[in-house]
Design a protein around this ligand. Structure first.
Ligand code: KG4
Ligand code: ZN
Length: 340
């Protein structure tokens, strides 16, 4: 089955063609980072308009690269939520129209299920069941995955998501949006000179909280700012100390989840899973627990069309399809998805 995947939930237009027999045939991503840079974050209306501009050219590109014509597509998959409602509507309306014109089935995909399954696009994939740590700009969740659609939420952030915490810390350090990769880059030049807390690790459970780290970062920045200036060295040290706190907290909870469930395979997905330090610390922890960690390649950790094409393909192969009602869900708990 050849599936065209369309991702437009936020500030990235992603399209891809996945073939259930041959694997991923082509993918393209257009990032709106420059468009939103002046505003310090995503402006929803600008995001929607830009998806309208970029979708068709990107789809023509992936069709050309895979040597296919539109009529050779068997089905379409688009992100139906969660995300920015206007941005989601662009992908949904566009995909509905194309599927209708081509008379092929269509499926609305859950964005976080897309992230969760992205590591399945790689060579080395885990067998079910496994644990999943989902760390993106909007979510931080530990999930027990029995099979596709059989998800048990073990823990989640009670306030900010891990990626959101990175983005906010970046702002405090005067770094541009999107902050996560910039904090990570700056942290490489610093050392862990400040001991940031590891929130909620001293009590049982698998929930997270990252809003306290935001306050701790702000206080540290203010305490070391002299005459309105914070030295580059101190900035790098704060970035390194902040990153270490987020990474250690995530790793402590993953170890706890491995020990509690007995599951020895851990998938790490979502934008923050591109973080090099997180990968290194999780590898070390997993080794001690005789467990293995699986990730997607960095470009498939953040938003992309390949994960939507893959996830959609799995559900389509199981006989699911979405009606031709244009429907998106800005909020959508993943544990309400039907098992297949
Ligand atoms: O999954 P994603 O692309 O979009 C959402 O679904 O939210 O995740 C984006 C988030 C942003 O908060 C971004 O700052 C963070 O992932 N991020 C990172 C890194 N790359 C992206 N955070 C830390 N280190 C990175 N290397
Ligand atoms: Zn995402």
């Amino acid at each position: 089955m050849i599936v065209l995947g369309v991702e437009t939930s936020c500030d990235e237009t992603g399209v891809a063609i996945y073939d259930s027999e041959r694997g991923l045939l082509a993918h393209r991503l257009y990032s709106q980072v420059e468009l939103h840079a002046d505003y310090g974050g995503v402006v929803p209306e600008l995001a929607s308009r830009d998806h309208v501009r970029k979708l068709l050219p990107l789809i023509n590109d992936v069709l050309a690269e895979s040597g296919l014509s539109r009529t050779q597509l068997d089905a379409l998959a688009y992100t139906a939520g969660p995300g920015l409602v206007g941005a989601l509507m662009v992908g949904a309306a566009f995909s509905q129209a194309l599927a209708w014109a081509l008379d092929i089935p269509l499926i609305g995909v859950h964005h976080m299920e897309g992230h969760l399954l992205a590591p399945m696009l790689e060579e080395n994939t885990p067998e079910f069941p496994f644990l999943a740590l989902l760390v993106s700009g909007g979510h931080t969740q530990l999930v027990s995955v029995e099979s596709i659609g059989r998800y048990e939420l073990l823990g989640e952030s009670i306030d900010d998501a891990a990626g959101e915490a990175f983005d906010k810390a970046a702002k405090m350090l005067g770094l541009d949006y999107p902050g996560g990769p910039r904090v990570a880059k700056l942290a490489l030049q610093g050392k862990e000179a400040f001991k940031f807390p590891r929130p909620m690790t001293d009590r049982p459970g698998l929930d997270f909280s990252f809003s306290g780290l935001k306050t701790f970062t702000l206080n540290t920045v203010q305490a070391h700012t002299l005459d309105g200036e914070l030295s580059d060295e101190l900035k790098a040290d704060i970035a390194a100390s902040f990153e270490a706190a987020v990474v250690d907290t995530l790793a402590i909870k993953c170890r706890r989840a491995i020990q509690q469930t007995g599951l020895k395979r851990l998938i790490v997905a979502g934008g923050v899973s591109a973080n090099i330090r997180l990968r290194a610390v999780l590898e070390k922890m997993a080794k001690k627990e005789s467990a293995s960690v699986f990730y997607a390649r960095p470009e498939f950790c953040t938003d992309n069309g390949a994960m939507i094409a893959y996830a959609g393909c799995q559900r389509l192969l199981a006989g699911e399809k979405t009606s031709n009602l244009i429907k998106v869900q800005p909020r959508w708990p993943m544990d309400t998805l039907p098992p297949i």
